[in-house]
Design a protein around this ligand. Structure first.
Ligand SMILES: Nc1ncnc2c1ncn2[C@@H]1O[C@H](COP(=O)(O)OP(=O)(O)OP(=O)(O)O)[C@@H](O)[C@H]1O
Ligand SMILES: [Mg+2]
Length: 371
């Protein structure tokens, strides 16, 4: 028999420092991440929720119209605390420079035209920046004690796995030909860094002396920044592979979403990680009735039809869950709420459903147990 995914237990477990939600597009990752974060915060934890999703939904749901790249306190949380932010890629890259480049060179680098060109193209790769941001938050959490849990809402679909692979790919990238070419200690820029007079004279003739000095500034700072970036990625890789990180897969009862959830489970397993559980969101509840209640409902044919249909729907959903999700995987269900997840009360309600267990709790029917 399948185990229930004990979401409350997970959120209370203080050895868990990072919760990452993943799943296919539109299943409710952002809503579930917010619900997990709010629930953990209200159970007394100090949580920071970072969304890689550029959609404004999270901001609206948390009452933070101006959600940006800096953690902002979510108003109305009781118990612990909750800060939220949206991944701002350029800002994250700038912050990386601030923390990795030599202190007296930071401003110079940030203003440098070569840096600007690189940062706009490189920071466009969401997963590197998400990795860097997670690393920054983790370091900040450790050094300031401001947070004891980081919840990460990943972008739609399989790109969430790119996020997992980003630290390793960053290493490869740094060793690859493009960055080797740019690295002052080994590539052609070594000449510039060393200030070899004839060569620099020649280059200054070709590209101009202003551009040359820009390139020199950039080249010397660049390696330090890349080094810091890679070190941080290494920390993140270890963190993601450790028991301090819990992966929560979000699905809906639709076949494609369930198949995608199974795909995620497999992908995590291939990386030596086990998904903590699956949230099947937007399930249609079916109410069980006693025989007498059923007989009396028959007197109202419309309501009786509706009730029967709800069971047909639920059984179809259940059989899809049974066939798609490995039985070793704990699951919890959240029913479709009456309202979209657009304010803190609804987020909280979703959190309660997740923590409550089946989220469909009927007196005599806890369907999740049979799935
Ligand atoms: N249990 C629920 N009941 C009712 N509405 C829900 C529920 N869960 C999510 N929603 C709604 O479904 C829509 C999609 O949810 P959400 O943005 O959380 O999904 P997502 O997986 O993050 O999407 P994307 O892949 O685009 O990032 C939103 O409008 C949200 O309010
Ligand atoms: Mg989302």
């Amino acid at each position: 028999m399948r185990r229930l995914f004990e979401v409350g237990e997970l959120l209370r477990d203080t050895t868990v420092r990072v919760v990452v939600t993943c799943g296919t597009g539109g299943v409710g990752k952002t809503s579930v991440s917010a619900a997990l974060a709010v629930s953990a915060a209200e159970s007394g934890r100090h949580v920071v929720l970072v969304t890689v999703d550029p959609a404004k939904r999270l901001a609206t749901a948390l009452g933070l119209e101006g959600l940006g790249g800096e953690p902002q306190p979510v108003p109305g949380i009781t118990g612990g605390s909750l800060d939220a932010l949206m991944l701002d890629m350029t800002q994250t890259f700038d912050d990386a420079v601030r923390s990795h480049a030599p202190k007296n060179r930071v401003d110079e680098v940030l203003r440098n035209p070569f840096y600007k060109a690189l940062s706009t193209s490189f920071s466009g790769t969401q997963d590197y920046m998400a990795t860097e941001k997670l690393g920054q938050l983790y370091e900040q959490a450790r050094s300031t004690g401001r947070w004891d849990l980081i919840v990460v809402d990943t972008p739609p679909s399989r790109s969430a796995l790119d996020f997992l692979d980003a630290p390793a790919r960053l290493d490869k990238l740094a060793e690859g030909p493009v960055l080797q070419l740019l690295a002052p200690s080994s590539g052609p820029l070594k000449l510039i860094g060393a200030g070899l007079s004839q060569v620099t004279w020649l280059i200054s003739k070709v590209i101009g002396s202003k551009a040359l000095s820009d390139l020199q500034v950039f080249a010397t700072a660049f390696e330090t920044v890349m080094g810091g970036f890679r070190r941080r990625a290494g920390v993140v890789r270890k963190l993601l592979a450790s028991p301090a990180t819990a992966f929560v897969i979000v699905a809906s009862p639709r076949k494609a979403a369930l198949d995608e959830a199974r795909y995620f489970v497999g992908q995590l397993r291939d990386r030596g990680t086990t998904a903590r559980g699956v949230v099947v969101n937007r399930v249609s509840p079916a109410v069980s009735l006693s025989r007498e209640a059923e007989e009396s409902l028959k007197q109202q044919p419309e309501a009786y039809d509706w009730w029967q249909t709800s069971w047909v729907t639920w059984r179809a959903q259940r059989s899809r869950m049974v066939s798609s999700l490995p039985v070793s995987l704990p699951i919890t269900l959240a029913r479709t709420l009456e309202r979209e997840v657009t304010d803190l009360d609804v987020v909280r309600e979703l959190g309660l459903l997740l923590v409550d267990g089946a989220g469909l709790a009927q007196e005599d029917e806890r369907p999740v147990i049979d799935v």
